[in-house]
Design a protein around this ligand. Structure first.
Ligand SMILES: CC(C)(COP(=O)(O)OP(=O)(O)OC[C@H]1O[C@@H](n2cnc3c(N)ncnc32)[C@H](O)[C@@H]1OP(=O)(O)O)[C@@H](O)C(=O)NCCC(=O)NCCS
Length: 152
């Protein structure tokens, strides 16, 4: 059975191992262990028998706006609803904290549409803070990620 829970500092090494193939492909941005530790409260894990099979983070940008980022499910566990479960857990946490809108920048448009996001022009994302990570990305400045948003 899959359970969704908050990450702990002791999970960081396993999280980095799980996301490594997606980082190498340039799908997910590399985050070093200090950066993950600083933001550890943002992360939700999907665990099966105490093994991490996926995770994602809800990063806050403003008093009403957050971002789903670093979402990954172990390749052998995909298409079983794990990604959806992680996103729904992140959205529920956002709702409880008073977030009104959640966006994501992704190559997985169909997945995010399946969990209720709609595509918006990237340029409509409100703050320059959102783009601060882009410079760290392998694909900068030629980016074909899509922006999607969901109102909570
Ligand atoms: C994207 C990802 C997290 C999805 O996780 P998952 O556990 O396979 O997704 P789920 O099984 O929860 O799928 C949820 C829904 O999205 C749909 N979906 C998932 N991946 C899809 C895809 N690539 N194309 C179309 N639909 C997709 C499923 O059909 C399902 O729809 P349903 O609820 O109507 O049945 C996973 O494929 C992954 O880790 N990919 C690599 C990393 C990545 O691209 N992360 C996103 C960067 S922000």
């Amino acid at each position: 059975m899959i359970v969704f829970c908050k990450a702990k500092l002791s999970d960081i090494v396993s999280m980095q191992e799980l996301v490594k193939p997606e980082v190498e492909k340039g799908i997910i941005l590399f985050r070093n262990s200090d950066e993950i530790a600083t933001n550890i409260r943002s992360y939700i894990l999907a665990k099966e028998d105490s093994n991490i099979v996926g995770f994602g983070a809800l990063h806050f940008h403003a008093d009403d706006l957050a971002e789903v980022r670093s979402l990954v499910v172990k390749d052998t566990e995909r298409s079983k609803g794990v990604g959806k479960g992680i996103v729904n857990t992140l959205l529920e946490e956002g709702r409880q904290l008073g977030v009104k809108r959640v966006f994501t920048l992704t190559y997985k448009k169909a997945f995010f549409e399946a969990v209720g996001f709609i595509e918006i022009p990237k340029e409509s994302l409100p703050s320059h803070k959102i783009w601060a990570d882009c410079i760290k990305c392998k694909h900068f400045p030629i980016c074909d990620e899509i922006a999607l948003i969901k109102n909570l």
